[in-house]
Design a protein around this ligand. Structure first.
Ligand code: ADE
Length: 225
């Protein structure tokens, strides 16, 4: 997979890719992540990327021309499966969408700023609009980092133990069961006996029951269908 991120603030989004699992995935060649500063695609001395709204109103709008230049240059170099725009009015990211995107080849992610982008960008270049939740961020960069993390960890080979993504919360529509590690007892607080029993079918059944109970209490909406 290759991800091209278009941003006016590359310094805001680079660091999550320089640590831990994402860094390892990049170093292992399982994903390539490339950053493109939108100001490099401007033509004026001030490297302007935004302008006032037609019709009046507060807030600047990102102009179509630098975005067109950047996306068109990338599209000349390779084919893309998706051109994603990060925006609070997009489709809300969930595990199902992350799963779908983890199977794609090349993706462009455009990070919005100010009031957003000129509508013609959305109408003519964007194939998917994604929000990371019902709140407004100062820009799409942190949303893009969240999206990339959720997607990249699902690419086969990225997580050491292939099964560990399969037992994540949400992966089977349920929250995860409780987990424990050593010591067996801490300050009088004990690990449930069943987990120490060595009886794996019973442990599996207990985990399923706990996952259901957890989901029923915390997120009953997930059980509705
Ligand atoms: N840009 C601003 N707010 C956002 C959000 N909630 N999700 C994705 N991109 C955004």
């Amino acid at each position: 997979m290759r991800i091209d991120i278009i941003t006016v603030l590359p310094e805001l989004i680079k660091s999550p890719f320089e640590a831990s699992i994402l860094k390892r995935a990049i170093e292992a060649g399982l994903v390539g992540v490339h950053f493109h500063n939108l100001r490099d695609y401007t033509t004026d001395n001030y490297k302007t990327v935004d302008d006032t709204q037609f019709g009046g109103g507060a807030g600047m709008v990102m102009m179509i021309e630098p975005i067109d230049k950047c996306i068109s240059k990338l599209k000349k170099e390779r084919e893309y499966d998706e051109v994603i725009y990060m925006t609070p009015d997009g489709q809300t990211l969930n595990q199902g969408l992350a799963n779908q995107l983890s199977m794609k080849g090349n993706m462009i992610i455009l990070c919005g700023h100010y009031k957003g982008v000129d509508q013609r960008v959305r109408d003519h270049f964007i194939t998917k609009e994604i929000s990371i939740g019902d709140y407004v961020l100062s820009g799409g960069e942190l949303g893009a980092a969240v999206l990339c993390d959720a997607v990249i960890r699902l690419i086969p080979g990225v997580l050491g133990d292939e099964t560990s993504a399969l037992t994540d919360s949400f992966q089977d529509g349920l929250l995860a069961p409780p987990i424990y590690t050593r010591p067996r007892e801490y300050d009088g607080w004990k690990v449930p006996d069943i987990l120490l029993s060595g009886h794996f079918p019973k442990i599996e059944k207990w985990r399923e029951e706990q996952a259901h109970a957890n989901t029923k209490i915390r997120r009953p909406d997930l059980l509705k269908d």
